[in-house]
Design a protein around this ligand. Structure first.
Ligand SMILES: Nc1ncnc2c1ncn2[C@@H]1O[C@H](COP(=O)(O)OP(=O)(O)OP(=O)(O)O)[C@@H](O)[C@H]1O
Ligand SMILES: [Mg+2]
Length: 274
């Protein structure tokens, strides 16, 4: 009895931590959105100004020495490219933030008809871009294999996307980590697959990363268990993912893993027609 109470108290504490974490990230995401919009809008405005400038230069072509003319053209082209990069990356940051907002405060537990392939694809690439933005020069091949024509199914979209994002983030992290140790010969690869059979949706994400030791396998779903350095992992991802798949969608989450070879997570969800 005492032990049970203790366990329950611990679970409660973790739930509280989770809830405040969710609120915190929603708050931060919200606050970052505004300054980010400024960055994007001013870059777009500057792009227009550059266009005006180019026109003025063109109108006065005959008054400028050829050398200067060439230099101005080069500078303007570079500036234009820089502005485009600022807009592109700013917009990506906005979409990541919108993902966080969606995840942390979307309507709770609402089942909606959704295109599974669309959700999987979107969050796989969101995770990929986040990885690329954080580790300049690193690349991983993503092998996609989506069964076409999977009918729309009732799911909790923001939860399902969160599950895909968690699995994909873990896969990205492990291939990146392995590449840091092994260098050139190692070819980081993540394979994503969806299928629909026996009235079940199946999604798998396989990486050729480090694999999991037996200790990690045992503690995988424990809240706050992480092998990542401080600041890089909270250790909540897998617990949340399993809760989403098994409790919220009545599905199954399984995995196969081998140290030095990689890991494949697979989840199935019984299909609910809209
Ligand atoms: N694909 C994988 N390959 C190797 N190890 C993995 C993989 N997925 C999970 N793990 C291990 O399981 C641990 C727990 O994963 P989990 O997603 O719960 O937390 P995390 O990724 O460390 O942090 P976060 O809360 O940010 O997701 C990871 O720290 C890692 O050691
Ligand atoms: Mg994780």
């Amino acid at each position: 009895m005492e032990k049970q109470i203790e366990t329950l108290q611990q679970q409660l504490k973790q739930q509280e931590k989770l809830a405040s974490l969710g609120m915190l990230s929603a708050g931060i995401a919200h606050e970052i959105q505004n300054p980010l919009n400024f960055v994007i809008n001013f870059s777009k405005m500057s792009e227009k100004l550059l266009k005006d400038l180019t026109e003025i230069v063109e109108d006065n072509e005959d008054k400028l020495p050829a050398d200067d003319r060439e230099e101005i053209d080069d500078i303007v082209a570079d500036l234009k490219e820089n502005m485009e990069k600022i807009v592109e990356h700013g917009e990506r940051a906005i979409s990541i933030i919108q993902g966080i907002l969606l995840v942390s405060r979307g309507k709770e537990n609402e089942m909606l008809p959704a295109d599974i392939n669309h959700i999987v694809k979107e969050y796989v690439w969101l995770s990929y871009h986040a990885l690329r933005a954080n580790h300049k020069g690193f690349n991983v091949s993503i092998v996609e294999n989506y069964q076409p024509d999977i009918p729309k199914m009732m799911v909790i979209p923001q939860d399902l996307s969160r599950a895909v994002l968690n699995l994909m983030n873990n896969a990205c992290y492990t291939v990146w980590n392995r590449s840091q140790k092994e260098g050139e010969d190692y070819k980081p690869t993540i394979s994503v697959k969806t299928s629909f059979k026996d009235n079940q949706i199946e999604v798998s994400i396989a990486d050729n990363g480090e694999g999991m030791s037996s200790e990690v396998v045992q503690r995988l779903y424990e809240n706050f268990f992480t092998t990542k350095p401080i600041g890089q992992g909270t250790g909540l991802g897998m617990g949340i993912t399993r809760d989403i798949i098994e409790n919220k969608h009545g599905g199954h989450l399984t995995f196969e893993s081998e140290v030095g070879k990689g890991t494949c997570f697979t989840f199935t969800i019984p299909a609910k027609k809209p």
